[in-house]
Each structure stands twice: as C-alpha cells, then as structure tokens.
Design a binder for this molecule. Sequence first.
Ligand code: ADP
Ligand code: MG
Length: 249
Amino acid sequence: MLGNNPNYVLAVEGLTVSFDGFKAVDDLSFYVEPNECRVIIGPNGAGKTTVLDLICGRTKATAGSVNFKGTELLNKREDQIVLAGVGRKFQTPSVYEDLTVFENLELSYPRGHSVFGALAFRRDQEVKARIAEIAETIFLSDLLDEKAAFLSHGQKQWLEIGMLLIQDPELLMLDEPVAGMSVAERKKTAELLNKIIADRSVIVIEHDMGFVADIATRVTVLHQGKTLSEGSMERVQNDPKVVEVYLGH
Ligand code: ADP
Ligand code: MG
C-alpha cells in the first residue's frame, strides 16, 4: 500500500462505484503529490465528475480507498472531509448573488470559537486582511463592494474559488472551472491556479487542451471509469490510445 507514503497528499487505490451494476468508476488508482496540479481529462461519461464526488464524500464508493495525508476519507461525511482540508468546486458557480464580493468571502471564512472584546476586534482585522489577500489572488480587489450578481460569469467562478481558498484547503478540486469563460479569463485562471499550487495540490477536470497545457503537472486520462493513460501533457497527447478515444474527436 502506498497510501501512507508522505510523498503523496492523496492516494486513490482501487476506487470503484457501481450504480445498479454499472461501474462508473472501476478499480481506479492514482496518486497526487504536494504542489501538484493534476488534470483529469476524458470523454463525456468517463466518470470524471464521479471521481470528485467519491473523494468529497457526496457519493459512497463500492470499494477502494481514498487516503488523504494518512487518513481514510471513504468512511467520512462530506463536512468532515471539508474540515480535513479538501475543498470542492462544482461546475456551476454558486455564489450569493445578493451579497457583495466581500460578504461572500466573509461568509466562507472558517468559523472559530466565538470571541469577545479586544480579541474580537483582532479577529475582525485578521478576517479583513485575509479577505484582501484572497481578493487580490482572484483578481477582484477592486470589486469587493460589488454585488456578486453584477460580476461576469468568469468573475463569479473566481469568487467561488476564493470562497474555497479562504478555508485554506490542502487539496482543491475544480470541475471544469473555465467552461463559458473568455480566452482572457482562461489565461488569468491558469495564472491563478499556477499561483495557488505553491501552497496546496489541485485536481482539475477540464476539456480545453490549451488550458490543460498551461496548468497541468500531470494528466490522467479517464475512459470508462479507468485510467487510459497518465503522465506529462506531452506523453498523454502522443499516446495513440488517447488520440483514438478522446483527442482524435
Ligand atoms: P463525466 O464527468 O466524465 O462526464 P460522470 O462522472 O458525470 O462523467 O458520469 C459517469 C457515468 O456515471 C455516466 O454514465 C453517468 O450517467 C453515470 N452516473 C453518474 N452519477 C450517477 C448516479 N448518481 N447514478 C447513476 N448513474 C450515475
Ligand atoms: Mg463531468
């Protein structure tokens, strides 16, 4: 078992889920290192979203193991997995439209024990400083007082990434974060991901191969719930099996 190897943040081994006999994820194993951006690509229905659902506890696995920093996640609830340090962004942005950028980030700041008086003031300052730092990272420093409803689709996606970053996850999982974004927004999102892997690992599901080339440390190609190919972008792009089932289309 490699699960407890300190070189890995995440060790997925033999992961399987069966929906009425259909194996959407089938004996899948892969390992994510610290500061790695792993991109999962593959045809529609390959099981990509289901893999993230299994890791974050939304879907219960039929078999296998998901070891995060030495802790088994498969027997944990979704909220426990978030607390353990795994953040997950879904495909559609879910920000609070009626609240400002600042308020959206403030709401996502992890709640500690309640504090009073001078201590509460210090905590307020801490929260504000952290929100300013995150807003800078997600290119929204000038829009802190803007209602989220007025943001572009891309800016909403960034805000939601910020709402996860403020909780400082060690593993962040993003499902098709640049879908619907302009070319300029895609470039900035790549910049954002390259910046945040300095402090964490990221798993991204993506179709845009230009974007994948800009962000991937390694690529896993999923097909029928299994790994079809894995390695550098160059390696998987030149793998005839990948060209046949995915890139050739
Ligand atoms: P991808 O994200 O790669 O496009 P998904 O992970 O969404 O693929 O889906 C993989 C397969 O599993 C699809 O055939 C899908 O219909 C099926 N599937 C996903 N979730 C469920 C579920 N909760 N119940 C039954 N089938 C599901
Ligand atoms: Mg999907």
